[in-house]
Ligand binder design. Structure first.
Ligand code: URA
Length: 426
């Protein structure tokens, strides 16, 4: 077989055979298919698509490029959640210990942020001492100690995806449903979880800007997981506005701890509890404690503290704070009718919370605090947002990002419901 033949087949809108897919993924992982050839194939896939059988074969080939983890030594079911990424989406932080407190193990491999959406590992690394890199044995130890572990995927997990994702990032081939679905699901299936809840974000701050494409991505991923023997469901959830009131690494940890202490913003609590119930149901945990109760009785907080400590972190340490702040005031009295997720995410990124290149450091204290949410009444001159940065020179570009990103009107405007839809197999 040769790469040119496979590229031509997809360029000419053909269907790739299982053998062609197996060969091209294995040869690319070995280095026998060059980056420029894989770029051409990725672009042909982006333009011409793949059918469900091709996507399933592509996913399985990426799983086989590396190790598949196995949690069968554990005495309770495993459950995981994956979010397609959003602004202020810190849900994993309260969710993983919450689900552990309610009776399932949560083995979660997470990523770092790139662009305007934050990454779970960057957020957790703002906790002094916390370590993202664990060996498989260490992961098992943390799971046994705390019931939940959140850490970086090792280099042995779906190496084909690691290589391909880096290539897609620089060749304009990220935005393809077959490539996104196979990329996410190859890692989640290889991670070895028994059940998976997908949080597919919809809106300006998400990959998927509209409900139709988000539903197509959700259906594709649910089918891939189900066919691979992982009980998988998806929720489509709102990302037209930021989630919660904190955007930025340490700021989001602080908000997550508030949720674990039984408080926190309504939308973060609602989504955390809903996803926890979905995870426990998908995992088949019978007689599980109700997640809303576990947030109130301290058991989720106990699991959080054990999880952080088991990964070297100090749950009592003060979190980093940015040196400088700037308040943005409401321009008029009325109702905050719009607060755009992308604008706030971009502002937080420019303040230093995110990175432009994979190797860049992030500022743990940088970000944006929201003092009002869409639909809230505001008075002219009241604080609307606080910007946090290590250097005042960052404020100007952040303010540019926010220009036109919020509006105060006489009446509230429509926004997406927090949970838009639920997608199941079949
Ligand atoms: N996240 C992934 O892991 N892969 C994609 O292709 C997109 C988002």
């Amino acid at each position: 077989m040769d790469a040119i033949e496979v590229i031509r087949a997809k360029r000419d809108r053909g269907e790739l055979s299982t053998a062609q897919i197996d060969w091209v993924i294995a040869a690319y992982t070995r280095g026998d298919v060059a980056d420029e050839q894989m770029s051409a194939l990725a672009m042909a896939i982006l333009l011409n698509g793949m059918n469900r059988r091709e996507i399933a074969d592509w996913t399985q080939a990426m799983i086989r490029s590396g190790e598949r983890m196995d949690w069968s030594a554990l005495d309770r079911p495993t459950a995981d959640k994956h979010s397609t990424g959003g602004v202020g989406d810190k849900i994993t932080l309260p969710l993983a210990p919450l689900v552990a407190a309610c009776g399932a193990y949560v083995p979660q491999l997470s990523g770092r942020g790139l662009g305007h959406t934050g990454g779970t590992l960057d957020k957790l690394e703002s906790v002094p001492g916390w370590r993202a890199s664990l060996s498989n044995d260490e992961m098992l130890d943390v799971l046994r100690t705390a019931g939940a572990v959140v850490c970086a995927a090792g280099s042995g997990l779906a190496p084909a995806d690691k290589k391909l994702y880096a290539l897609r990032d620089v060749t304009g081939t990220v935005e393809s449903i077959p490539l996104i679905a196979s990329s996410i699901m190859s890692k989640k299936i290889a991670e070895g979880t028994g059940s998976l809840v997908l949080d597919v974000k919809v809106g300006s701050g998400a990959f998927m800007k509209d409900v139709t494409t988000a539903r197509e991505l959700a259906e594709t991923m649910v089918a891939l997981g189900t066919d691979a023997g992982v009980r998988t469901v998806a929720l489509l959830t709102a990302m037209d506005r930021p989630l919660g009131r904190a955007v930025g690494n340490a700021l989001e940890v602080e908000e997550s701890v508030e949720v674990l202490a039984g408080g926190g913003p309504e939308d973060v609590v609602e989504l955390t509890v809903r996803l926890a119930r979905e995870m426990l149901e998908a995992a088949g945990v019978s007689g599980a404690k109700d997640p809303a109760k576990a947030l109130q009785d301290g058991s989720a907080m106990d699991a959080w503290r054990r999880m952080i400590a088991a990964q070297g972190g100090d749950p009592d340490a003060a979190l980093p704070r940015a040196a400088e702040t700037l308040t943005v005031e409401a321009p008029a009295s009325g109702v905050l009718s719009r607060l755009d997720a992308y604008a706030v995410g971009l502002a937080a990124w420019r303040l230093g919370a995110g990175r432009a290149r994979k190797e860049d450091p992030v500022s743990f204290g940088a970000g944006v605090t929201l003092h009002a949410k869409p639909g809230d009444p505001v008075r002219a001159g009241q604080p609307l947002l606080t910007l946090h940065a290590d250097e005042t020179s960052r404020f100007e570009r952040a303010l540019e990002a926010l220009d036109g990103g919020y509006a105060v009107s006489d009446a509230a405007a429509d926004h997406l419901p927090l949970v838009i839809d639920r997608v199941t197999a079949g």
